[in-house]
Design a binder for this molecule. Sequence first.
Ligand code: HEM
Length: 421
Amino acid sequence: MAEPGDLGELGDLLRTEAVAEPFPDLARIREEDPVHWSSRHRAWLITRHDDCAAAHTDSRLSSDRMTPILRRLEERRASPQLIAMVSVLAAWMTFKDGEDHRRLRRLVNRAFTPRVVALMRDQIAAIADGLVDELPESGAVDLVSTFAYPLPAIVIAEMLGVPSEDRDRFKSWSSDISSLVFGAVDDPDRHERAESGMTELVEYFEGLIESSASRGGDESLLDHLVRVRDEDDDALSRNELLAMCTLLLFGGHETTTNLLSSGILALLRNPDQKDRLLADPSLAETAVEEFMRFDGPSRMSVRVAAAPIELRGKEIRAGDRVFLMLAAANRDPSRFERPNELDVGRKPNQQIGFGLGPHYCLGAPLARLEGQIAIPQLFRRLRSLELDTGASLAWRPTLLSRSLESLPARYGAVLPASAVA
Ligand code: HEM
């Protein structure tokens, strides 16, 4: 029998059982050793809501974990393609600290405004309806590949001004890169695929940026990023623009796919909550917050200690990796009543699935809007939608994300969009 604090394999977030169902292990860690050293990942797991929230604003915890990797690759004289790819990642603002981060965030905030997001409302609804229109009239379907995966890819591609005929290439580059960034363990070719995906994506964006700059465009988010200036007339350099485009594509895609698929799954498993949401569309906002809390797409935010930190009697040394476990914090019973129950009307709901503090998710308003529109619309249009109980659910064995490989479901009929308006 394990002693408290002796949590054995529980700190292994990639154990088969923990990939399928992470919450029991995380609950034990949070209760018995809330600041837990995982020897498997060589990282501290911070699991309580209050600690996780505070850590997101602690300047002793750095987001820059790419510069050391880049330096090591340069010292080892790694291939130019690999160095080029990691250089793009290292330029992402999500991996920057302090003033370097604030400067980029200030500029992108001017382009990625609430107005730009709100303008997407009708397009998101039209994209969701278009995807449902393509489904078979009835029967079995995988809702990840047919709905949750393409929807956010099309949304962010449209926002960035990618022509529709290029969308498929765009989607495949995005998934090549995410297999690396989210740390898929079952994919030995992920480095090669990510390298070539990033090279092609960067070349593609160079073309789009060029054409936006020469047209003087003022329509897409990319046009706004190309033209943005702050009060001091500062602007994004060409490399910063390229990094920002790849970050937005990447940040805007796979995470939102996972929100849609785990939200749909949560409703399929909790039909009373599904009926409640469909009976009262004004619950769409609280429902999406609850999907984020209940089984959100990001399992953690990653930091590196830039200075020694003492937390709950543990000594975190400078240089240690620290995982801020959003998935554990969002089910902390000291913050949420009945944390393991789905409640689409939950209020208040201080879920931290989009992070907090300076790096708080830039795309949160867009992801929320996509979830609020697309998930209820899918249920309204697919009559008697239910999980395909004959098929099993597989979760990707990735460290950072909660990602369903497929979502097998069945339904009796597709109602036309006009019938549910
Ligand atoms: C449900 C979907 C999403 C989830 C769960 C999510 C989650 C997160 C989290 C947890 C962070 C903070 C990371 C940290 O503190 O280290 C973050 C940052 C970020 N997200 Fe999202 N995100 C989502 C959707 C989006 C979308 C749609 C976009 C863009 C279109 C986006 C763009 C970004 C960017 C650019 C950052 C970096 C912000 C910064 O460093 O200042 N995300 N996201």
